[in-house]
Write a protein that binds this ligand. Structure first.
Ligand SMILES: [Zn+2]
Length: 360
């Protein structure tokens, strides 16, 4: 058996945990990145209620732990149940035993400013109240292109007040860049920075459209970039070309199951952009460890680790507690979690279809 540091998924979405159970594909299929969001993921998140969200999170965390992932950096959105949603996720993480950094991704895309205010209120409340040992909070923004200046000011204020970092999707697609330019900024990075919404240590998912000097700017300011290669390929947005300009890069799955070895294999098989080596890519494992150490404090290696027998993860320890034994969760029956997820998924797909009829 080989023992490794517990793996870190530096950007994901627990709310999409039911997707592998047969999420209905939009028909006709979406053509652009924004259409994929509007017709698939933004319909899924609107259809979530507490029950389906809990089932999604439980299945996602169960599978993540059983694959050797010991920390999840989550970015959450459930526009029809915002208040209390971070507690719901935090309870799942604490009970099943995964380390997690949680935020609500504030956005104005459905209901305007009141929606963003609600999202940020949830972040602030959680940052003040949460005392679960395995879970910490962050300030979340969906992305520059779905929030107004007032929301950015408010997010910056909560960061100052609580000492939290921000977790946001950045330059995932040209749509985000063009929106920032329409608002008079050179880029979404410049826009977020000018409102002080990205304190040191903040987490930027994707950065596909960042040029080399923008990536260097992120490095100077101590920001983390998170590469999500399978998601980038799936959404057809291309792959970031300049991440070798910083050593602050970690790996995420952006809602794909948290099997970090598969994510890394996918990355390793992509063509190398100029200036990037497989060494840079390997360092992204360590990047995740450093990101977690910044938020949770340094963890001795006997606190979070996984033991693998070939490809199979056999044992996982998080914060010194053995949570997976013989490849199975110790605290709960995995089959029960799957059964509950299947039932919740069937109901969720129905609600998504009802939304589709209403939208069209
Ligand atoms: Zn994402």
């Amino acid at each position: 058996m080989i023992e490794e540091r517990g793996q870190v998924n530096a950007h994901t979405h627990l709310y999409s945990g039911l997707a592998p159970l047969g999420i209905p594909a939009p028909d006709p299929s979406p053509q652009t990145f924004v259409e994929i969001l509007e017709r698939l993921w933004w319909r899924l998140d609107r259809a979530l209620d507490e029950r389906s969200l809990r089932a999604a999170a439980r299945l996602y965390v169960h599978d993540a732990l059983c694959a050797g992932t010991t920390t999840l950096v989550d970015h959450h959105e459930s526009p029809n149940c915002i208040e209390g949603s971070l507690d719901l996720l935090a309870d799942v993480c604490q009970q099943l035993g995964v380390r997690a950094l949680l935020c609500y991704g504030a956005t104005e895309r459905n209901r305007g400013r009141p929606e963003a205010e609600e999202g940020l209120r949830e972040c602030r409340r959680f940052l003040r109240e949460n005392d679960r040992p395995l879970v910490k909070g962050a300030v979340g923004l969906h992305a520059s292109f779905t929030v107004s200046d007032d929301t950015l000011r408010e997010a910056a204020e909560i960061c100052r007040e609580t000492g939290a970092v921000t977790h946001v999707h950045l330059a995932e697609d040209l749509a985000d860049v063009e929106d920032a330019q329409r608002r008079g900024w050179a880029s979404p990075l410049e826009r977020l920075l000018s409102f002080d919404a990205l304190p040191e240590g903040s987490i930027l998912a994707h950065g596909v459209c960042l040029d080399r000097s923008a990536v260097q700017e992120c490095a100077r300011r101590g920001l983390w970039l998170v590469q999500n290669p399978r998601s980038n390929a799936n959404n057809g947005v291309g792959h970031p070309l300049h991440l070798s300009a910083t050593d602050r890069v970690a790996l995420g799955t952006d809602g794909f199951p948290s099997v970090m070895r598969e994510e890394y294999e996918f990355l390793r098989n992509l063509p190398l952009p100029p200036g990037e080596s497989q060494e840079h890519r390997r360092a992204r494992w360590e990047g995740g460890q450093r990101l977690v150490a910044e938020r949770f404090g340094p963890r001795p290696s006997h606190e979070d680790y996984a033991r693998f027998d070939g490809e199979r993860c056999r044992e996982v320890v998080v914060a010194g507690r053995r949570v997976v034994e013989d490849g199975c969760l110790r605290s709960e029956d995995g089959e029960g979690i799957v059964a509950e997820a299947q039932e919740a998924a069937a109901r969720l797909w129905q609600r998504m279809e009802q939304l589709e009829e209403r939208d069209s």
